[in-house]
Design a protein around this ligand. Structure first.
Ligand SMILES: Cc1ncc(COP(=O)(O)O)c(C=O)c1O
Length: 381
């Protein structure tokens, strides 16, 4: 039977896992109120930065006694400054099941040279969460963006832990429930679930994390852009909009727009429902087709944002080349952009399902995926 192209095309082919699709109502004129060419320390700039902090608190439901800071260098900047500022006071346990989590392990073991316990799992699997010793500080990634494996919930983290939890939540925030009472340090970037710009990271600290910052000085030097305390006290300004160094007010305006859009779709609940519907469309497609499957082995750990897929058809001769060719074919037809698996991950596809993506676009794209699969099977000869 001839392999016919589906009739319907996605209106928006952007399924990248970061930077992610902008909110559907975005256009550049929405940023016209950005105070460009003004000092970020002028009242107009500080008010915008404060609105970004308090808007984050409101939409994510972050407790009033948690500190929220806008810091340099996207999610990486936020995670690095947290690890460099807080770790070393007690034992450290590092949990990783994909490449970003593994990056944090490398930093702690090879750069900070801490004698950490490292627990790692293969792509698609997760570590044994029940074995974690919370007498240690525990560093983990809530949603592993490059394997599509997330922690199912926060039940494995005890309320009365002695150590701190440091959580890279960049592809989870605004799509998954984050139990704030279980998280002492949480980081994310604007470029992920809300489709913002990548310039800045968000650093969220529990009162216990602040207590650690004010009572512990690491043995190593800290560059200016990592410094959160002065004279043993938290630099409060960082958490009220007086950033460490100069932020992009265009990126701030864009984030404020994204927060407004988030409110317009029902806030966190609405965003979660959108991501869940998108991911479900992909899960259903995998159920209906025996040549493709979710990389995440346990259904309870399947991401609703970075959904990672593997091809399972034994007619495929070269898995990596095949997956690349399918992604390239869909890109060439402007059906799906940037859906190749992450460079260090197993061969396959990764389809972003966060709330800025429209379910109608996922649904329109999937028949094209079947078309591209058949075309590549035929092309193998
Ligand atoms: C889990 C995770 N951590 C960290 C990063 C790095 O984020 P950024 O480039 O915003 O610093 C990413 C980016 O994709 C990620 O997915």
């Amino acid at each position: 039977m001839a392999n016919q192209q589906p009739a319907t095309r996605p209106a928006n082919p952007r399924f990248s896992s970061g930077p992610c699709a902008k909110p559907p109502t975005f256009d550049l004129t929405k940023l016209a109120d950005a105070p460009l060419g003004r000092s970020h320390r002028a009242a107009v700039g500080k008010d915008k930065l404060k609105a970004a902090i308090e808007g984050t608190r409101e939409v994510l439901g972050i407790p009033a006694d948690y500190k929220i800071g806008i810091v340099p260098a996207s999610d990486t900047g936020a995670m690095e400054m947290a690890m460099w500022s807080l770790l070393g006071a007690r034992g450290v346990e590092m949990l990783a099941w994909e490449s970003f989590g593994s990056g944090w392990v490398t930093d702690v073991v090879k750069q900070l040279k801490l004698d950490a316990v490292s627990k790692t799992a293969e792509y698609g699997e997760i570590v044994d969460l029940a074995s974690v010793d919370f007498a240690n500080d525990v560093v983990f990634t809530w949603n592993g963006t490059t394997s599509g494996v997330r922690v199912p919930n926060g039940d494995w983290i005890p309320a009365d832990r002695e150590g701190l939890t440091l959580c890279d939540a960049t592809s989870a925030a605004f799509a998954q429930d984050l139990p704030w009472d279980k998280l002492d340090v949480t980081t994310f970037s604007w470029q992920k679930v809300l489709g913002g710009e990548a310039a800045h990271g968000m650093l969220i600290l529990s009162p216990r994390a602040v207590e650690r910052l004010e009572s512990y000085t690491p043995a190593w030097p800290l560059p200016k852009i990592f410094r959160l305390t002065k004279g043993g006290k938290l630099i409060d300004g960082i958490f009220s909009g007086a950033t460490i160094n100069t932020p992009s007010m265009l990126a701030v305006e864009d984030y404020l727009f994204a927060l407004d859009w988030a409110r317009s779709v029902g806030g966190l609940e609405g965003l979660q429902a959108r991501a869940n519907a998108n991911a479900q469309a992909v899960f259903d497609f995998c159920e209906a087709n025996d040549w493709i499957a979710n990389l995440a082995v346990d259904a309870a750990t399947r991401s609703n944002t970075s959904v990672c897929l593997k091809f399972t058809d034994d007619r495929i001769k070269d898995g990596a080349a095949f997956a690349k060719a399918v992604a390239k074919r869909l890109e060439a037809e402007t059906i799906a952009l940037d859906i190749g698996a992450y460079r260090d991950a197993p061969a396959g596809l990764r389809i972003w399902c966060g709330g800025t993506v429209e379910t109608s676009d996922v649904e329109a794209m999937l028949p094209w995926l079947a078309w591209a699969f058949e075309a590549e099977i035929a092309a193998q000869g």
